[in-house]
Design a protein around this ligand. Sequence first.
Ligand code: FES
Length: 171
Amino acid sequence: MSYTSAAETFDLARAQDVAREEQARAQAFFGTACGNAAALLPILHRLQDMFGYIDQTALPMIAKTLNISLAEVRGTMSFYHDYRTARPGRHVLKLCRAESCQSMGVDHLVDHLAARHGLAPGETSGDGALTLQNVYCLGNCALSPAALFDERPVGALDAARLDSLIAEAQQ
Ligand code: FES
């Protein structure tokens, strides 16, 4: 199954329902004294799960719902590399760029992806099959270089294995 086949088309009204639900959930759990910002990460997670990314038009609505600044919402989104601002390809390859994977040659794999497939981190292939995303430690350091292919762990990556994942994405 492709990564985005279950994702809904972005809908601001649905996004607002999510924001209100998570705001109420945070208040019930932490109490009102904790402030509304406690709901921010759960809202962003759910929106990305639902739509495959977080549409920028949702950000002012989130800020207004939580009574926080738009800068705070944008700052949180940009701090966490996992949040996407555009709809991804049908499959997503999250490639670990942290220390252990670097020492085991992930940069060579990034070069291979660019040279052989014309794909750089943060980009989606022209056919919409695959989005390549950097992540920083997947907790699978023993099998560096490591990745997640549609949330499926992949370890001990090499160029041949990468090529087979791309072929799988293109099916
Ligand atoms: S550094 Fe890549 S999985 Fe930990």
